[in-house]
Design a protein around this ligand. Structure first.
Ligand SMILES: Cc1cc2nc3c(=O)[nH]c(=O)nc-3n(C[C@H](O)[C@H](O)[C@H](O)COP(=O)(O)OP(=O)(O)OC[C@H]3O[C@@H](n4cnc5c(N)ncnc54)[C@H](O)[C@@H]3O)c2cc1C
Length: 363
C-alpha cells in the first residue's frame, strides 16, 4: 500500500492504514515531512518556537481535530488577545489603538501543528517514510499500480492501491496518471484552490514580549503593509516572544522586491510597536508560493480563494479502486484546513480498508 505525500493528510492515512494491518510505504518529495505544516525549532534544545505554516485550530467547532489531539495526547492554549490592537489605516496617519476582537475558540497547539506531525510520525514503523522521493507517474493495470518516482534508488514501486495526499491542483501538474482522470474530475481538480498556497508568512522573535508590557495584544490590522495582519505568537508563558504576520503583497511583487521586504516589515513593526521592534533576535519570511511541492502553477496564476466542498467525484475511488485522493481540500468538512486534512486522510484509509475484502492483494 502506497501513500504519496507526507503532509498531515498523508500521514493520517498512513497511520490508520498501518493500524488496519496494511504494509505501507509513504513517498514524500521534500526532505522533511509535514507539507504546509512547518515549525521552526530552537537549534540548541529542539524546542518548538514558531509556525511558518498553519497556527490555529478551533476545537469547539472541530471534532476531528479534538479527537486527534486527544489521541496524540496534545494540549492547546488560547491565542493571546489580551489588550488593545493596533490599526494602521494609512501610511501618513499615526496608528490607532483599538480592541480587535479575537475569534471564539481559536487555539494554538502546544508544540504547534508540528506536534500533530511528530505524533503521527511516531506511530510509523521504521522505513515506512521515504523522503526526497517525488512521484511522477502512476500507471494502473489489472493487478495494481506501478508508481514512478524521480529517485534513483527507488525509481519504480508496485502497489495494490495508492493514496495520493496532495493538494488536488498539484496532482495533474506533477503526476502523470494512466489512464488519466475523466474530464469532469480533471476540471474539478484544476478548479480547486490550494488553501494559503500563494501566501507568505513573516515570523519575528524578540528577547521579550514588549508589546504585552505596553498593554498591546500584538494584533495589527493594516491597510499599509507589508503585513495586513499581525498576531502575538509567543509561547504561553511569554518566555519565547514572537509575532507573526501575513504579508499582503502578491507573490509576483514579493519576488520582485524580495531584497527590501525585511526592511519594510521592520519599519511596519516599529510604526506599530515602537523602537524596540527594530531589533529582533531573528526574522524569517516563508513564501509558500515558491514551494513547488505545495503551490501549483494554477494557484500562482489565479486569485487566492478558500476551497469549498468539492464534488463527490474526488472522494470516489479512482482507477477501479486503486487510487484514492486525500489532500485537505478533498474533505467534506473544513476543506483546506487542518481539520480537513485529518478527515480526508482518515476517509481515504477507510475507503482502502473497505475495498480490502474485494481485493485481497490490496497491500
Ligand atoms: C501559511 C499557511 C497558514 C495556514 N493556516 C492554517 C490555520 O491556521 N489553520 C488551519 O486549519 N489550516 C491552516 N493552513 C492549511 C493547512 O496547513 C493545511 O490544511 C494542511 O497542512 C494540508 O495538509 P495536506 O497533507 O492535505 O497537504 P500538504 O500539507 O500540502 O501536503 C502535501 C505533501 O505532498 C508532498 N508532495 C507534493 N507533490 C508530491 C509528489 N509528486 N510526490 C511525493 N510527494 C509530493 C508535499 O511535499 C507535501 O509534503 C495554513 C496553510 C498555510 C500554508
Amino acid at each position: 500500500m502506497l501513500v504519496v505525500g507526507a503532509g498531515l493528510s498523508g500521514l493520517t492515512a498512513a497511520c490508520e492504514l498501518i493500524e488496519a494491518g496494511f504494509s505501507v510505504l509513504v513517498l514524500e518529495a521534500a526532505d522533511r515531512a509535514g507539507g504546509r505544516i512547518h515549525s521552526i525549532k530552537d537549534p540548541v534544545d529542539d524546542a518548538y518556537l514558531a509556525d511558518l505554516g498553519p497556527t490555529w485550530v478551533w476545537p469547539p467547532y472541530q471534532p476531528v481535530v479534538t479527537a486527534w489531539l486527544e489521541r496524540l495526547n496534545l494540549a492547546t492554549f488560547e491565542q493571546y488577545e489580551a489588550g488593545q490592537g493596533v490599526v494602521q489605516s494609512a501610511p501618513d496617519r499615526p496608528v490607532d489603538h483599538q480592541l480587535i476582537p479575537g475569534q471564539h475558540g481559536m487555539c494554538r497547539i502546544v508544540g504547534g501543528p508540528q506536534a500533530l506531525i511528530d505524533g503521527l510520525l511516531a506511530t510509523l514503523p521504521e522505513g515506512v517514510l521515504r523522503l526526497g522521493t517525488q512521484v511522477t507517474g502512476i500507471h494502473a493495470d489489472a493487478d495494481g499500480v506501478t508508481v514512478e518516482t524521480d529517485s534513483a534508488p527507488l525509481p519504480v514501486v508496485r502497489a495494490g492501491q495508492v493514496v495520493v495526499a496532495l493538494p488536488p491542483r498539484l496532482v495533474p501538474e506533477r503526476i502523470r496518471i494512466v489512464p488519466g482522470p475523466e474530464p469532469a474530475l480533471a476540471s474539478i481538480l484544476a478548479m480547486t484552490p490550494t488553501w494559503m498556497a500563494t501566501q507568505a508568512k513573516a515570523v519575528v522573535m524578540y528577547d521579550q514580549p514588549f508589546w504585552r508590557h505596553q498593554g498591546l495584544s500584538g494584533r495589527v490590522a493594516s491597510r499599509v503593509g507589508p503585513c495586513v495582519e499581525i498576531h502575538d505568537h509567543s509561547s504561553p508563558d511569554g518566555d519565547h516572544a514572537l509575532l507573526f504576520g501575513f504579508l499582503g503583497v502578491p507573490h509576483e511583487q514579493r519576488a520582485q522586491y524580495a531584497d527590501v521586504l525585511e526592511d519594510a516589515l521592520l519599519e511596519q513593526l516599529v510604526a506599530c510597536f515602537g523602537p524596540q521592534a527594530a531589533n529582533p533576535l531573528w526574522l524569517r519570511i516563508e513564501d509558500w508560493a515558491r514551494n513547488r511541492n505545495i503551490c501549483s502553477e494554477h494557484d500562482r496564476q489565479s486569485d487566492p480563494a478558500h476551497p469549498e466542498i468539492m464534488d463527490d467525484l474526488v472522494r470516489q475511488p479512482l482507477l477501479d479502486g486503486r487510487l484514492h485522493l486525500a489532500g485537505a481540500e478533498t474533505s467534506v468538512i473544513s476543506p483546506g484546513l487542518i481539520e480537513g486534512a485529518l478527515h480526508a486522510g482518515s476517509q481515504a484509509a477507510q475507503a482502502v480498508t473497505r475495498l480490502r475484502s474485494r481485493q485481497p492483494s490490496a497491500d
